[in-house]
Design a protein around this ligand. Structure first.
Ligand code: ATP
Ligand code: MG
Length: 149
């Protein structure tokens, strides 16, 4: 049997946002993600404080939607997930669709389930470099190693 080319695998960070959890869509959204070929490497349910939400989205500080976004992200539980696949970062962004669900393509997760920003069901890292930072923002080394055993 040919060996799997582990070198080509990439990780990205997804977050099922508080609207996804409140709408009882965790299972449905995760199924779409796994059906699209992503493996779940680590997963937890947590609740961000306002301060932690501001830290996670610090790049958007000063933008008009920052308060709304960080209030929303700290309004309930969310589910951060480490996903693995070849070309995971770009492929996951494609799977979730445009930031504004009204502009998201047919067949994307945001098109199917999201209302309007900031309520857009799911987060996806926008670069491999940010994916690494975001993964360590949510998961300890111990949690990340569990799946390698
Ligand atoms: P994310 O980083 O959550 O994956 P994204 O990369 O598609 O989303 P960003 O530009 O990084 O989009 O914006 C971060 C989040 O801020 C969006 O997902 C959305 O929840 C919220 N947001 C972005 N623009 C607006 C807006 N104009 N009004 C309200 N909320 C917004
Ligand atoms: Mg973003």
């Amino acid at each position: 049997m040919p060996k799997r080319n582990l070198m080509a695998l990439e990780q990205t960070l997804a977050i099922l946002k508080p609207d996804c959890v409140k709408k009882e869509l965790i299972g449905e959204v995760l199924k779409r993600i796994q059906d699209a070929g992503f493996s779940v490497n680590a997963l937890k349910m947590t609740r961000l404080s306002k301060q932690t939400a501001c830290g996670f989205y610090a790049v958007h500080e000063g933008k008009p939607f920052f308060e709304l976004l960080t209030d929303f992200m700290s309004s309930g539980s969310c589910v951060p997930i480490v996903l693995e696949k070849e070309n995971a970062v770009a492929d996951f962004r494609k799977l979730i669709g445009a930031t504004n669900p009204a502009e998201a393509e047919e067949g994307t997760i945001r098109k199917a389930f999201a209302d309007s920003p900031p309520h857009n069901i799911v987060h996806g890292s926008d670069s491999a470099e940010n994916a690494k930072k975001e993964i360590t923002f949510f998961f300890t080394q111990q949690e990340l190693l569990i799946n390698q055993g």
